[in-house]
Design a protein around this ligand. Structure first.
Ligand code: GLU
Length: 605
């Protein structure tokens, strides 16, 4: 440790581990009678928060009928696969973090997609040019980007390990929903329009999502009988309905020969995924990441996601400082941005699928390492970005190593749900098909889109990069489903979509709630900024308006967030639950982002 680190650590010891106890604010909209859509709900007996009213209702109904948090999470997730087919579904993957109240234990399911056995390190290089395929729309709309889905196996594993309901019973509401249809809202229409060109290139996708050549109109009913049939066979046969037999053959065929309109100019390069790859898919059960933060225990997802280590490292760094609102706010936000930059430098340098690369999870989560990172932070001045990754060895100085900086974009793809049940179990589940609309390829006749998750590998092959392409490997994720315990009991359940911004959104929600004096609804609604070790910090316009001037003296350069593809300025779409003394629940979804989500409780207060 350097002198500065020692001083910083000493200051950290002096900081009282207090959790700001703020009163919960009034709901943004009245939640009316039990299951009407509202982003905030207060009560007891169990809660569900997600971005979608129908899906949250499905989860709440499971809780009401005696299902536990795992049953409700799987039911909610499968409903999201129906109503949010561009973000989640059986064609994708995700991470499931679960607190079992009886065992008092947090466990995880890594249901990340895997690269097929036949993938080559130059898979993303166009043989015609010798150059990597342009990312959007060429690479993202291709067979080569499709990983072996992990979601059906995740649902089955979650129920087998933690659930009390069968897969068939849990999927029933989603099957009904797919058959009956849901009412199209602005978000669904605009997400369809954002993808119109890609979707039009694949006739099966166009038939489903662009009926009559246009995105479904707001207020009309969107039905998906093919998906209802797929979910029905999943309910009857279990995951083998997807991983073997006719659906598996259709998935492999779609990847190997993307069913493209011949007149489309998309190259849609084919992938190698086979039925053998599907048959070989297995979920993993990594130990959760854990750090203690101001007296709370924060559990997250270990690699293959970088979420748990990045959120954990940043919290360890932040714990060194006294943070707060009022006059301390600008400095606190500056430190948040600087801590986040370090966490991103380190995850880029060191985190990859642990079955293939040695991911130094323990070191990244250690306070000693966080101290060595904090010693590179000037509490008064932003560092020039990108910053270098930290040294892993004990003798390391403040920072060293070769920066492996990759550009990334923020977006609002993916989806997250948080559930707590009456027994105190909790599920934090983030699932995705990668970008909004995934690969744009619908498996013909099956009603679901395939993911394009393999684009999360580093595109240009570098043998030193832990996230290089390798056969059978899981691409590194940013998904950060998180459960926070307070003396062994659930205090917060939180997560978000948003690609690499997931990490900063989860971090910012925790920071807002724990350090900056906000209630949970305020913490979720507050404007966001996402520093990912880049020269500038993308921030929502409201964040720039509110804090831009105060952060200027620190040298923080904020730029409006936005994805070139969707011109989307929103960062994340969180869903969170807080459990207070006596089992009082505050369930929170987004009030505005992504059209606003829905939080529900079993018994309203
Ligand atoms: N593929 C992303 C990840 O695993 C999630 C998709 C997204 O939110 O953009 O981090």
């Amino acid at each position: 440790m350097t002198r500065r680190t020692v001083i910083a650590s000493a200051i950290g010891c002096l900081v009282a581990a207090t959790l700001v106890a703020t009163p919960t604010s009034a709901p943004a909209r009245s939640s009316g009678g039990g299951s009407s859509p509202s982003p905030t709900a207060y009560g007891s007996g169990g809660a569900v928060a997600s971005v979608d009213a129908e899906a949250s209702r499905v989860g709440l109904e499971v809780l009401r009928r005696g299902g536990n948090a795992a049953d409700a999470a799987v039911a909610t997730a499968s409903a999201l696969g129906v109503t949010e087919p561009y973000s989640a579904g059986v064609g994708g993957g995700g991470y499931f973090v679960y607190y079992d109240a009886r065992k008092r234990k947090v466990t995880t399911i890594d249901g990340r997609e895997t690269a097929p056995a036949g993938i080559t390190k130059d898979a993303f290089v166009d043989p015609a040019t010798g150059q990597p395929y342009p990312f959007t729309p060429q690479l993202v709309s291709s067979g080569v980007a499709v990983g072996v889905p992990g979601t059906p196996a995740t649902w089955a594993a979650a129920l087998r390990r933690h659930g009390t309901w069968s897969l068939a019973r849990t999927l029933k509401p989603s099957i009904d929903l797919a058959r009956r249809g849901f009412v199209v809202d602005d978000t669904f229409r605009s997400q369809t329009l954002d993808n119109q060109k890609r979707f039009a290139a694949f006739p099966d996708t166009a038939r489903l999502f662009l009926p009559g050549g246009d995105a479904p109109k707001v207020g009309t009913r969107f039905r998906n009988p093919d998906l209802a049939a797929t979910l029905t066979s999943l309910a009857r046969r279990g995951p083998s309905a997807i991983y073997s037999g006719p659906v598996a053959r259709d998935i492999a065929r779609t990847v190997q020969a993307p069913p493209k309109d011949p007149s489309s100019d998309l190259p849609a390069p084919k992938g190698s995924l086979t039925t053998a790859d599907l048959a070989a898919y297995r979920v993993r059960s990594a130990a959760p990441t854990k750090v203690s933060y101001r007296g709370l225990d924060v559990y997250g997802m270990a690699s293959s996601s970088s979420g748990g280590t990045a959120v954990g490292e940043a919290l360890n760094i932040l714990e060194i400082y006294r943070l707060g609102s009022g006059p301390a706010l600008a400095r606190s936000l500056h430190l948040y941005l600087e801590a986040s930059a370090r966490a991103f430098a380190d995850r880029n340098a060191y985190v990859g699928d642990p079955a293939f690369v040695d991911t130094p999870t323990r070191t990244l989560l250690s306070q000693r390492f966080a101290d060595s990172r904090a010693c590179t932070i000037d509490p008064a001045k932003a560092a020039t970005k990108p910053v270098e990754p930290g040294a892993l060895s004990r003798s390391g100085r403040c920072a060293t190593g070769k920066e492996l900086e990759k550009p990334d974009t923020e977006n609002v793809s993916t989806t997250h749900l948080s559930v707590v049940d009456r027994w105190g179990n909790a599920a934090s589940y983030t699932l995705t098909i990668e970008q909004t609309g995934g690969s744009a390829m619908t498996v013909p006749g099956r009603g679901f889109l395939l993911n394009n998750e393999l684009t999360d590998f580093t595109a240009a092959y570098d043998p030193a990069d832990p996230n290089r392409i390798e056969p059978g490997k899981r691409p590194r994720s940013s998904m950060s489903p998180t459960i926070v315990l307070d003396r062994g009991k659930v205090r917060f359940v939180v997560g978000s979509p948003g690609g690499a911004t997931i990490i900063t959104t989860v971090l910012q929600v925790l920071l807002n709630r724990i350090d900056l004096g906000m209630s949970l609804p305020q913490a979720v609604a507050a404007p966001r900024a996402s520093q990912r070790n880049a020269a500038t910090t993308p921030a929502e316009p409201a964040f720039i308006e509110k804090y831009g001037a105060a952060l200027e003296p620190y040298g923080q350069k904020l730029v409006p967030s936005g994805d070139a593809f969707t011109s989307q300025a929103e960062i994340g779409a969180a869903a969170a639950i807080e459990v207070q003394r006596g089992g009082r629940l505050t369930a929170v979804a987004e009030p505005e982002r992504r059209g606003g989500g829905t939080a529900l409780v079993v018994r309203e207060r």
